[in-house]
Design a protein around this ligand. Structure first.
Ligand SMILES: [Cu+2]
Length: 305
């Protein structure tokens, strides 16, 4: 028997490298074959009617048209198959993706920030705590506005363009944008989500193959959109630890702008990214009543699921 999955490859889909990806591939595979059948079916029908109702055989138009119910049945079955695809496969899979996040204890947490035209990755460093981020503190040397007075931010790892994650461990991403709407798209991992200014969008995947994978921006976000690419490197656990160590050593020199950059002694306005679960975020055991009083991140909080 021929491999039915070949149709995805023929459509230019890159190989899957994430745990849930095969489920998405199965839906795409079915949809592609279904569309191919529809294309062939309707094309044959179209050619048939062109010949069957040609002008020299039917000089006068028949104003009553077709009386058989076959086209109604055909169209009804197309609607039925579409409904089955949506209700039985696509929507349940989507619900699973957005409702069933892996426990944060085992996951790698990353804040991903899009801006024209690159991706910045923010990891909590050895202490497991994300430093406070504040819009007012954003400068060229402090692209994410990390608060230099927040001890949790001292060891944070900030990398531009290239993220490393370990293989076979879930990666939970909190996605945001500094300017316009971008779309963080990891085709090999079969995930993509819009990065929207003012929102934190959670998404997750579990890489199952080591390698280097492309990140693209999936929203036309400006003149440099075509070049808004990044890389996700899936490492073996040992390589990942080595990378973390290297980045952590650099972090002390990289991410600590002089404290004088803080404009005034005023308390930060608004919650720190990562402290308030965005809509649809995995539910934590004790949702914060007041965001300000929660520890500066949700990384190590036990998941309620
Ligand atoms: Cu973009």
């Amino acid at each position: 028997m021929i491999n039915l999955a070949l149709i995805n490859e023929m459509m230019g889909q890159p190989g899957n490298a994430s745990e849930h990806g095969y489920q998405i591939d199965h839906i795409l595979e079915f949809a592609h074959w279904f569309m191919a059948a529809l294309f062939v079916g309707w094309s044959v029908f179209f050619i048939y009617v062109l010949i069957r109702f040609r002008k020299n055989r039917h000089p006068k138009a028949d104003y009553h048209g077709v009386r058989s119910a076959i086209s109604t049945h055909l169209e009804f079955s197309v609607v039925l198959i579409d409904a089955v695809l949506l209700l039985c496969f696509a929507i349940p899979l989507w619900a699973k993706r957005v409702n069933e996040f892996p426990p944060t204890g085992d996951a790698v947490l990353v804040h991903v920030v899009g801006q024209q035209f690159n991706w910045t990755f923010h990891m909590p460093g050895p202490d497991g705590q994300f430093g406070r981020r504040e819009v007012d503190l954003v400068t060229n040397s402090n692209p994410l506005g990390i608060d230099p007075n927040d001890p949790a931010g001292k060891d944070d790892i900030i990398v531009l363009g290239e993220l490393h994650v370990p293989v076979n461990r879930p990666v939970i991403i909190e996605l945001s944008s500094k300017d316009v709407i971008h779309n963080f798209d990891l085709p090999h991992m079969r995930i993509a989500a819009d990065a929207i200014p003012g929102s934190l969008i959670p998404l997750w995947f579990k890489p199952i193959k080591t390698g280097t994978y492309e990140v693209v921006c999936g929203q036309l976000c400006g003149l440099g959109h075509y070049g808004m690419k990044g890389t996700v490197v899936v490492d073996s656990p040992a390589d990942y630890q080595a990378w973390l160590k290297e980045r952590a050593e650099l972090a002390g020199t990289q991410n600590a702008p002089p404290p004088t950059q803080r404009p005034s002694g005023e308390p930060p306005v608004g919650p720190t990214p990562g402290t308030v679960p965005p809509p649809g975020a995995p539910k934590t055991a004790n949702p914060p009543a007041k965001p300000e009083q929660k520890p500066p991140q949700s990384a190590s909080s036990p998941s309620g699921r």
